[in-house]
Design a binder for this molecule. Structure first.
Ligand code: ZN
Length: 146
């Protein structure tokens, strides 16, 4: 990866870290809530989603952690809003595949700002930071949908 691209990706990540989208939880009981932590780094994240007709209408997140984890939750909230549950599962899987350096990774899928985390695959200890918000959504969907 060129250093220009690395710089751009770093800027995207820092922007989401400093100006997180959809941050802050709501008290609306129609939202489903899930909390996960990543003991190896100290990340602690809570996500909320509002689902209607198998589509994610809204996403919220709140927590403490490293820049990778917190910024990734912001990117995730933008990426998954307005997506069907099936699309959410596909996007999440593609994000995992990208970070694991898997051959299954589909470069043609629109990942939004999540593509900025491609370099994290070179830092295996940080993969859990980047995926924590997606894992929290996955847990929430597994517990609440068929
Ligand atoms: Zn972390």
């Amino acid at each position: 990866m060129s250093s220009n691209l690395e710089n751009l990706y770093r800027q995207v990540i820092m922007d989401h870290y400093k100006n997180p989208r959809n941050k802050g939880l709501v008290t609306d009981t129609n939202y489903l809530t899930s909390r996960l932590n990543n003991p190896s780094c100290g990340d602690d994240l809570t996500v909320q989603v509002l689902i209607e007709n198998d589509m994610i209408i809204d996403v919220k997140h709140e927590g403490t952690g490293c820049s990778i984890c917190c910024s990734s939750a912001s990117v995730m909230s933008e990426n998954l809003k307005g997506k069907t549950l099936e699309e959410v599962r596909k996007i999440s899987q593609n994000f995992y595949d990208m970070l694991m350096g898997s051959e299954e990774f589909n470069e043609d899928m629109d990942m939004g700002d999540a593509i900025a985390y491609v370099g994290v695959k070179n830092f295996p200890a940080r993969i859990k930071c980047a995926t924590l918000s997606y894992k929290a959504i996955e847990k929430l969907l597994n517990e609440n949908t068929k």
